[in-house]
Design a protein around this ligand. Sequence first.
Ligand SMILES: [Zn+2]
Ligand SMILES: [Zn+2]
Length: 394
Amino acid sequence: MSINGVVYEGERNVSVKPVDEPEIENPNDVVIDVTTTCICGSDLHMYEGRTSADPGIVFGHETMGIVSETGDGVSSLAVGDRIVAPFNVACGFCENCEDGLTGFCQNVNQTGDVPAGGAYGYVGMGPYQGGQAEKLRVPYADFNALQLPDEGHEDSFSLLADIFPTGWHGTELADLQPGDSVAVFGAGPVGLMAAYSAKIKGAGEIYVIDRVPSRLELAAKHCDANPINFDEGDPVEQIIAEHGGEVDKGVDAVGYQALDPEETDKGDDYSYNPAKENPAIVINSLIQAVRPTGKLGIPGLYVPEDPGAPDDAAAEGRLGIDFGKLFEKGQSLGTGQANVKAYNREIRDLIIEGRADPSWVVSHRVDLEEAPEMYDRFDNREGDTAFTKVLLEP
Ligand SMILES: [Zn+2]
Ligand SMILES: [Zn+2]
């Protein structure tokens, strides 16, 4: 039996075609009929050939839907339940899971390149078929599935799979406290969600740094952020001038495919260009922009292997970080993918109570069949037309 799914065919090439229909493999699995699944910026890393992903992977780690089948050992879920699956696959009983660090589960990824942590539809993250498809198998479902009310908030709830908790995680890693000033580098979906989380948590002042005007407008409009366009001058100087000094906290929502402000000019198109990248630039900018003893949260993605890196060291994940300056300033930093389960229940309730509505970040909702065109347009950043978050509907 087969279903339709989004399959990676090679660099900048995906297709929608028949893939294996997910089945119950273990007693604690459920299978869901997918109602919404999102394209993520981290899917683009694979799409662009910037990871070791082999053709054949079914993409998709941001998935919600309706339970259509339950394994014999499932006790908290029934057919018909509406759930969202965290992008992390986690067991619930290993040491890290017990500590709430479900992004680093020690039991779900025996096959991948990374020692801990599993995810759906992602290279090196275990054997879990992706959710950009008509159906998804959710392992350890009693633990992983987050139950949702029967209706409403479809767009917002779909963002609980990854970007809203990941943005929230950035502010947690930075130990953001009410009243703190914070600089968020990157106004892609995760950066926007980090700035939105900072607003919800009562940040005193929020700076968002990017070069795409439409994204900066979203940050200003929905996160009360001060937009900093690095095409208009050194971003660190702009932050310090506007704030009157260094900020308390910083978030890197860009990661290794960061553009170097010195390499880009106003008017350049917005697509990724490895020749203009500097994978250490955002962390080094944060070290400059954050005050001594301030904290840096780094949810932006870094990889130990980058086939498209701008230089040999970066190809092996070695970056020129200004560690001496970091030490001198006594700063600390937190890294790593989000432990979605640590936050998703509370921020689901913020959505249900109307205290958070992150759906403004969604720019497109289209049929699953349109995935190839959406990947292409998302990858090219579509000039300045606010191509932020794409939801697919199987
Ligand atoms: Zn994602
Ligand atoms: Zn675990």
